[in-house]
Design a protein around this ligand. Structure first.
Ligand SMILES: Nc1ncnc2[nH]cnc12
Ligand SMILES: [Zn+2]
Length: 335
């Protein structure tokens, strides 16, 4: 029943790292195609290595996996596999993160990365009528100078990129470190988001809001410890792009029953459900909805709110948001 409702709801995915959709089978295939050595003899062996105890232990494996991505065609295949997969989950709009520094640091040109991804996004628009935006993420463990260099590399492709974001190792790399880069990005016309309060305290969320002036917070679950922040997020309806399976795999919460997303929803925050790095965390968007629904006893009305929030929190123009939300309203009436 719940599964049918989750499938039936049109959804937007707003927190998705394209490099995190690299399934072991594709990693293995690309390693062979590009003659890249990986320390695994089969896709099954790759899967066995996915046992994480925190964000950093995941990132080490995630950056290593990305080494198999070499040509535009590889980025196309990666992106197309993801879009094909979430088309089956009834996803109508995606806002996808990509990490150019993971690739340019290995000598892969920015252009190679973005053209491969963009061709797949265009194909999904044509074949599935799925809309999309790209969000360029700066790696926060690298320097401000390197982030500025990446922003400059992005400028010739500005028309393909909606927003900038901030990801990678959070603790020790506060949003403040990128205040000037985000200011420059804003002047270039980009919107902005940032990972904040995934592992690090609520203060990082305040910094992302006040210094980086972000429109959304990625994760943000640590806000639960700061009542003033909760009131602020509620009053301003600043969305949190929450990723339930990711938070369990990376031990942000011990179990799904302890996840705070329902508490935040009850408090009136604009919460959305997303998959983060589905190839590594054991599920795409509908699986995230399903596991959260089962363990937190989410009602039908709450699942509908979460789907509507995904469009409300998106960067789509207002009239398109309204169209998607109307479709959900009509669907609700007929079920
Ligand atoms: N969950 C996450 N947090 C920070 N950086 C990431 N890069 C990919 N997934 C991430
Ligand atoms: Zn993320």
């Amino acid at each position: 029943m719940t599964q049918q409702l989750i499938y039936a709801l049109p959804k937007a995915e707003l927190h998705l790292h394209i490099e995190g959709t690299l399934e072991p089978e594709l990693m293995f295939k690309l390693a062979q195609r590009n003659k890249i050595k990986i320390p695994f003899a089969s896709p099954e062996e790759i899967k066995k290595a996915y046992d994480f105890h925190n964000l950093q232990s995941f990132l080490d494996i995630y950056y290593q996996g990305a080494n198999v991505l070499q040509n535009s065609e590889d980025f196309f295949d990666l992106t197309w596999e993801y879009l094909r997969r979430v088309h089956q989950d009834n996803v109508k709009h995606v806002e996808i993160f990509f990490d150019p520094q993971t690739h340019t640091a290995r000598g892969i040109p920015f252009e190679t990365v973005i053209t491969g991804i963009k061709q797949a996004l265009d194909k999904a628009q044509r074949e599935y009528k799925m809309s999309s935006y790209l969000i360029l993420c700066f790696l926060r463990h690298l320097s401000e100078e390197e982030a500025f260099a990446t922003l400059n590399q992005a400028l010739p492709f500005k028309h393909w990129i909606k927003a900038v974001g901030l990801d990678s190792s959070e603790i020790g790399h506060p949003p403040q470190k990128f205040e000037r880069v985000f200011k420059q990005a804003m002047q270039e016309g980009f919107l902005s988001v940032a990972h904040a309060g995934e592992e690090a305290p609520a203060d990082y969320i305040w910094q992302a809001l006040e210094l980086l002036k972000v429109q959304r917070i990625d994760h943000g679950v640590q806000c639960i410890n700061d009542d003033k922040l909760i009131d602020y997020l509620k009053d301003k309806q600043i969305p949190l792009t929450v990723c339930p399976l990711s938070n369990i795999k990376l031990k942000v919460f011990h179990s799904m029953q302890e996840h705070t997303l329902k508490k935040l929803l009850d408090k009136g925050l604009c919460i959305t459900i997303n998959s983060d790095d589905p190839a590594y965390f054991g599920g795409y968007i509908n699986q995230n909805f399903q596991t959260a629904a089962e363990n937190l006893h989410l009602t039908k009305a709450e699942l509908i709110t979460l789907a509507k929030n995904s469009f409300k929190a998106s960067f789509l123009p207002e009239h398109e948001k309204t169209q998607h939300i109307e479709k959900i309203n009509n669907l609700t009436l007929s079920t």
